[in-house]
Design a protein around this ligand. Structure first.
Ligand SMILES: Cc1cc2nc3c(=O)[nH]c(=O)nc-3n(C[C@H](O)[C@H](O)[C@H](O)COP(=O)(O)OP(=O)(O)OC[C@H]3O[C@@H](n4cnc5c(N)ncnc54)[C@H](O)[C@@H]3O)c2cc1C
Length: 419
């Protein structure tokens, strides 16, 4: 095929999807000197941002911001530096200091709203020389010996074709590319619904802690935001919220729920900024990180129960793993093959191990007595409390926490035996 049949000069990397994973991938490959374009099916005016997100950016993600040109998002005018406190059936999991790692005071999480993050990452992508092809959906893909042809359709309905040496799927949990390439998702049940909203009049806890209350089989979260606002989020058994009908009735029941919680910030003077948002069903979806010579990043690869608060971080992390896997390689057949293999291994080692525990937590029917004993062990042991927080912040792998937990159990057992 001659190049005249295409609508543009050939690209090195075509990234499909212009949200967090897509923009992060594009910035990394742009930084490496490649000619990169992002294809985003929606129109993205400057203020455009994702609505269905609760903005908790885990501590492992925060160091990933600077290489993306986003270090300024840590400033207090743009986000709130925070650390989780868990109120559990076995006590309160809390550690001293501002950092998740006691040695590192700035190893904190961020409440970084998508209205800030999304425009900033798109702007950074443009600053890094990435071409942003918005309001353009990728609808088809074909591969030959020298790369890919992408079939796209813009708002006007006109089809356009582009050439690229590498295509990256960053097109979210309903990934069209996964459908085209036969990368079927393994779906894991999520037995909770989610409701969330933004409020004024709720005092921020000391040190701007984000408070997570495990109540019955639900998780009620409160996140301090910039400008003295607070976000309240409830992940609840579906049957509990199904009966909360009508916008006003739902808001009343929602606030009544938070009002009755122990250790949560008081909501007596809470004033909603708008209606509640949320979902009724949100199964976790797990796909292969590489399919048909296309790497999958972000939700396109792994979209887990939002209660875990890992999606934004894993979007940025998978983009970084992909870039590291391709660093120093040519985008010829051998370089792409080796880069993809390297990415798959990095993803399977770094990201995937978190999925099993998160999917387990999505089920509500747990043995409460065992759960209570587990949290009593964690709360009674400062080292274990720190490891638990580090696990929820995805700073350590589940296996490291499990080893520490077994040591904690043995120490507790031998302590009890001595008494
Ligand atoms: C209620 C809720 C709360 C959440 N809270 C948190 C939280 O507190 N912390 C956290 O870390 N994560 C959270 N998440 C998860 C987080 O929002 C996602 O994991 C994250 O946005 C994934 O980013 P992404 O770039 O991979 O995918 P997406 O943000 O889904 O972006 C995919 C993009 O691809 C585009 N696209 C799709 N198909 C095509 C196509 N054919 N051609 C071109 N473009 C296409 C879409 O328009 C979209 O812009 C939450 C999710 C939900 C639902």
């Amino acid at each position: 095929m001659s190049t005249e049949e295409y609508d543009d000069a050939p690209l090195d990397v075509a990234v499909v999807g212009g949200s967090l994973a897509g923009c992060a991938t594009a910035i990394h490959f742009g930084t490496m000197g490649y000619r990169v374009a992002v294809f985003e099916k929606k129109a993205t005016p400057d203020a455009y941002h994702k609505q269905l997100c609760t903005h908790f950016v885990q501590p492992h993600t925060v160091p990933l911001l600077a290489p993306l040109g986003l270090a300024h998002l840590r400033e207090p005018s743009r986000s709130v530096a925070t650390k989780a406190v868990f109120v559990t059936p076995g006590g309160v999991v809390e550690t001293p200091g501002t950092g998740y790692d006691p040695e590192l005071p700035d190893s904190y999480a961020l409440n970084l709203e998508r209205r800030v993050l999304d425009p900033a990452i798109r702007e950074s992508a443009r600053r890094h020389g990435v071409r942003f092809v918005e309001a353009t959906a990728v609808e088809g893909l074909a591969r030959d010996d020298s790369g890919w042809t992408l079939e796209t359709r813009g708002e006007s309905g006109d089809p356009r074709r582009y050439r690229a040496r590498l295509v990256v799927a960053a097109d979210g949990r309903r990934s069209r590319l996964a459908g085209l390439l036969g990368n079927e998702a393994e779906s894991r049940p999520n037995e909770r619904a989610a409701l969330f909203g933004y409020f004024r009049g709720i005092p921020a806890p000391a040190d701007n802690r984000s408070v997570f209350v495990m109540n019955d089989r639900d998780l009620a979260c409160s996140y301090p935001l910039v400008d003295g606002r607070t976000e309240l989020v409830l992940f609840a058994e579906k049957s509990r919220v199904e009966g909360w009908r009508g916008a006003d009735g739902r808001m009343q029941e929602f606030l009544k729920y938070f009002d009755g919680l122990p250790d949560a910030p008081p909501v007596t003077d809470a004033v909603p900024e708008g209606p509640l948002l949320g979902y009724g069903d949100y199964p976790s979806l797990i796909r292969r990180p590489v399919a048909g010579s296309v790497p999958f990043v972000g939700d396109a690869a792994l979209s887990l129960d939002a209660m875990s608060g890992v999606g934004c971080g894993f979007a940025l992390l998978s983009a970084q793993l992909l870039a590291h896997a391709f660093a120093g390689r040519a985008l010829d057949a051998e370089g792409v093959r080796d880069g993809l293999d390297d990415y798959r291994q990095r993803f399977e080692k770094t990201v995937l191990p978190h999925a099993e525990g998160i999917c387990g937590d999505s089920l509500v029917d747990k043995d409460e007595a065992t759960r209570q004993r587990m949290f009593e062990t964690i709360c009674g042991n400062p080292e274990l409390s720190q490891k638990y927080l580090a696990l929820t912040g995805r700073m350590v792998l589940p296996a490291e926490f499990q080893r520490a937990f077994m040591r904690g159990l043995m120490a507790r057992g031998s302590g009890a035996a001595r008494k």
